[in-house]
Design a protein around this ligand. Structure first.
Ligand SMILES: Cc1ncc(COP(=O)(O)O)c(C=O)c1O
Length: 570
């Protein structure tokens, strides 16, 4: 990494964040948006209440930052009905917009340009773009860039986040879906195999690009380099939804980044695995295969003209932390993970998802030699921060284990029928590790009393039905009949009219074409998209997921009893 980026600003600076601090400290009078006027509207309300006290009254104007005490006056009506807590007001003082000195995300020339250049340097991109609408905005923009004419063909991994499907709809694209490779051990889908990508680019040489997701929600992945090479030989860009891998490549124990494998456009949710505010994400670009001026236009279309400066500054801060501390930024978080794994080894009931050759070894991360693992070429790297556990006795499903962990004060990232994903990060501590270990020890004892370890019989809790581990399929998977490539599927924004739909029970929906998207959430991977014919297997899957208590987006019936489908053509 360079000491200075192309703007000449040192990596230990955070130009955008510093601009917000300067704005706050300048005490200029605001005759511009936002209407809360640096939070002044609430300070005025405080003043208008009798007995607000000198401290609070001094809060209006220059001294407020240093003088106002914490006034979260819970229960002291009417104050608490209108005035937010101190932390919120402090943030409003930095909630600036495009004024002199704060630059413009859609035409960056000043502090935003400097911050983005520093990000490009830190993450190894030629150019980086800040996203204030999460990876969602990045996925939409990338698809709208490569699909430069109606009906453009894109080669897309089938199990993608809904934002990718939405991008295809917005672009009026035709998607050839690529079957992901499924890890036989865990049953979890990773990205498409090299052979699948090769077959796709050969059959559709006119395709505008290849779009894959790596790592998956469980932190599983493999080396992308051969796929990037295939794409480039075919003259296509490789686009990667690396929403879950913003930290990749930043520490020797972390898997390599998609950019370093040669991807042309990479989207990362900085807010997920690094330290940005929610919605803070980045799009990184390299090479000649993406039309960057079109990309800028597309970003301007899908992103607000009033992007949140606190969100953008949090991207700047997140980058600075990595840039200044390098791999050391992850030392404490990795120590927490290792402590957790050591403790977990003493609880054999709870097993850990890992690539086959690295089971329970220390260190168990990073990049094994794919050649050494025939049959596991799609899963050779595991994100150490995504700790995926399961109850090997089968007593608790993933959903059940999540419930128990939450009852012990530990909130996992997500669960499915079998697994619970515990998300550690550079912010995790040894205390966090100990807390969740304590919880698992407690759950182990509590459930051992009722169910023998050997029984492998699922218990039924309020929201669970019996799960037979061999039949396990994750909510992440949405593949079924092992068609390596689909025919091109046309996407558009053409709505399906109410008059053309009927509601049918989930039990009877097989054979119909769906009129709505069915999206188990998390992880947000559509099982069915509008217009797609519902196979008996998928209908059964929706039913089972409903029974085990999964949540869905897209289904208009909130009880999940019925699905809107297209009236059969007469
Ligand atoms: C694989 C994947 N891609 C994209 C997204 C969208 O990311 P964001 O929430 O940052 O918009 C998600 C969200 O969970 C995701 O899991």
């Amino acid at each position: 990494m360079n000491e200075h980026n192309t703007s000449g600003v040192g990596k230990n600076r955070a130009p955008l964040y510093e601009a917000l601090l300067a704005y706050r400290d300048s005490k200029q009078r605001s005759f511009h948006v936002p209407g809360h006027k640096n939070g002044q509207v609430y300070y005025q309300w405080m003043q208008s209440f009798e007995g607000a006290g000198d401290d609070l009254q001094k809060g209006i104007g220059g001294e407020r930052n240093s003088v106002v005490t914490d006034y979260d006056l819970k229960g002291t009506a009417p104050f608490n009905h209108v005035v937010p807590v101190r932390a919120y007001l402090d943030m409003m003082e930095m909630d600036v917009t495009e004024i002199t000195g704060t630059d413009d995300l859609h035409h960056p020339e000043g502090v935003i340009k400097e911050a983005q250049d520093l990000a490009a340097d830190c993450f190894g991109a030629e150019e980086s773009f800040f996203l204030v609408g999460g990876s969602t905005a990045g996925n939409l923009s990338l698809l709208l860039t490569i699909c430069d004419e109606p009906g453009s063909i894109v080669l897309v991994q089938r199990n993608v986040h809904k934002s990718v499907i939405h991008g295809l709809m917005l672009a009026g694209a035709r998607a050839v879906f690529l079957e992901p490779w499924v890890d036989p051990e865990s049953g979890l889908a990773v990205m498409p195999s090299i052979e699948t990508v090769q077959a796709a680019v050969q059959r559709y040489p006119e395709a505008k690009g290849v779009f894959v997701t790596l790592p998956n929600y469980y932190g599983m992945g493999a080396d992308l380099t051969p796929i990037a090479e295939i794409c480039h030989e075919a003259g296509m860009p490789l686009l990667v939804d690396e929403a879950h891998g913003a930290h990749y490549g930043q520490h020797p124990e972390l898997p390599v980044s998609a950019l370093s494998c040669g991807a042309d456009g990479v989207v990362q949710s900085t807010h997920k695995m690094l330290a940005a505010f929610t919605m803070g994400a980045m799009l990184h670009i390299q090479g000649p295969r993406l039309n960057r001026s079109l990309l800028r236009q597309r970003l301007a279309m899908v992103q607000s003209s009033s992007p949140s400066y606190p969100v953008m500054a949090s991207l700047d801060l997140s980058r600075r932390l990595l840039h200044v501390h390098g791999a050391d930024a992850f030392t404490a978080g990795l120590a927490a993970v290792k402590a957790f794994k050591r403790g977990l080894a003493e609880l054999p009931r709870f097993q850990l998802l890992q690539p086959a050759d690295s089971l329970q070894q220390e260190p168990a991360y990073g990049h094994e030699n794919p050649a050494a693992m025939p049959g596991r070429q799609g899963y050779t790297a595991q994100d150490p921060f995504k700790v995926v556990i399961y109850d090997d006795t089968g007593v608790l499903s993933g959903y059940g284990l999540q419930q128990q962990l939450e009852a012990c004060g530990c909130v996992p990232e997500m669960s499915d029928e079998r697994y619970v994903v515990l998300l550690f990060s550079l912010g995790s501590t040894l205390q966090d590790a100990e807390h969740v270990l304590q919880a698992l020890r407690h759950i182990n004892v509590a459930y051992k009393l009722e169910h023998s370890l050997e029984s492998k019989v699922s218990v039924r809790t309020d929201s669970q039905t019996q799960i037979d581990p061999p039949n396990y399929v994750s909510t992440w998977n949405n593949i079924e009949e092992h068609e390596r490539l689909s025919e091109p599927v046309a996407f558009s924004l053409q709505p399906i009219l109410e008059k053309d739909m009927i509601g049918v029970s989930i039990e009877d929906c097989a054979g119909y074409r769906s009129a709505e998207m069915v999206i188990p959430y998390p992880p947000g991977i559509p099982l069915v998209y509008p217009g797609e014919r519902i196979s008996p297997k998928v209908a059964e899957r929706i039913r089972v997921l409903r029974e085990v208590g999964a949540k869905f987006q897209g289904i208009s019936d909130h009880t999940y009893q019925k699905l809107k489908v297209m009236k059969p053509e007469s």
